[in-house]
Design a protein around this ligand. Structure first.
Ligand code: C2E
Ligand code: MG
Ligand code: MG
Ligand code: MG
Length: 299
């Protein structure tokens, strides 16, 4: 417990007094463990990327993939991103991790293109914290050059939080990213608290409808209204729109009928290890037209 006490003392400063319940101790203990284990994770090669297919809703074909990080720690086991990305952001380690993700995802996608599976797009999540890194643009440019991936096949996923505060550096950076030729998308669209005005001022290409809206799309009139409004908003702004978290044929049918461009979700596939994703490509897997239409309700 001594190291935890020290950790807290450092974090809180001398004049903060707080009470901790056993549950909170458990939580901060885990945090300390994760934080220290994270420091060596890149060198020790403990991260892997999974890839989730993104399908064109009209054709049912795979047109892209989202790269999602997984951490295999020898003692902690598989740590999901929800448990370490936040810590990596707070400590700044996300900059190094994010650079590894970007390079690996671009190299993998280029390898698949070279293998003859067609020209698919790869989407990479970029943490707001990575915008603080001085070498973001240089790194992006050198990854594209080193891997040989044409920039139009890279999509950078941003979150709305990027547009909420101190907007000036972001404008400039986004234009410089766009100038490299990559696509920019807004992840979890609709869940942030930012004003919509950034959509007209930033060079955005794609909106990703958050899965919380998709979940009840066929049951909740409010979610229906939100989703159809996001699709209309995207198309009026000449942006493409992709739905996340599509789990059923009913949801897919609804999205298809309302003109959503692409889908991603467990209905077609969970995020897969590279080898399994490649198997989908080898088999030319996609969704058949009849799989994209909801079954008729029983009479
Ligand atoms: P995200 O970018 O919104 O990624 C989509 C998440 O939804 C993924 O969770 C994916 O597995 C999950 N998902 C996809 N389809 C479905 C579905 O049909 N149903 C349900 N219930 N979930 C679905 P995952 O992989 O656990 O990642 C969680 C979050 O962690 C990501 O959300 C992203 O914000 C962050 N993340 C993951 N990889 C990276 C990374 O390389 N860099 C950064 N900065 N963040 C990452
Ligand atoms: Mg994402
Ligand atoms: Mg998302
Ligand atoms: Mg999400």
């Amino acid at each position: 417990h001594a190291d935890i006490a020290m950790y807290r003392a450092k974090k809180l400063g001398r004049n903060n007094f707080q009470f901790y319940t056993p549950a909170m101790n458990e939580e901060s203990l885990e945090r300390v463990r994760i934080e220290s284990a994270l420091r060596n994770a890149v060198e020790r090669d403990e991260f892997v990327l999974y890839y989730q297919p993104q399908l064109d809703i009209k054709t049912g074909k795979i047109v892209g993939m989202e790269a999602l990080i997984r951490w295999q720690h020898p003692e902690l086991g598989t740590v999901p991103p929800g448990r370490f990305i936040g810590i990596a952001e707070e400590t700044g380690m996300i900059v190094q991790i994010g650079a590894w993700v970007l390079r690996s995802a671009c190299a993998q996608n280029k390898a698949w293109q070279d293998a003859g599976y067609g020209k698919l797009r790869v989407a990479v999540n970029l943490s707001a914290r990575q915008f603080g890194a001085a070498d973001l643009i240089e790194n992006l440019a050198s990854v594209l050059e080193d891997t040989g991936l044409e920039p139009e096949y890279l999509e950078i996923e941003l979150t709305e939080s990027l547009f909420m505060s101190d907007i000036t550096p972001a404008v400039d950076l986004l234009h410089r990213m766009k100038a490299l030729g990559v696509n920019l998308s807004i992840d979890d669209f609709g869940t942030g608290y930012s004003s919509l005005s950034y959509l007209s001022r930033f060079p955005i290409d794609v909106l990703k409808i958050d899965r919380s809206f998709v979940a009840d799309i066929t049951r909740d009139a409010n979610d229906e209204a939100i989703v159809t409004s996001i699709i209309a908003l995207a198309h009026n702004l000449k942006l493409a729109v992709i739905a996340e978290g599509v789990e059923t044929s009913e949801q897919l049918d609804y999205l298809r009928r309302h003109g959503c461009d692409e889908m991603q979700g467990y209905y077609f596939s969970r995020p897969l290890p590279a080898r399994e994703f490649e198997q989908l490509l080898i088999e030319g897997r996609g969704l058949a037209p009849e799989e994209m239409i909801a079954p008729e309700p029983a009479p």
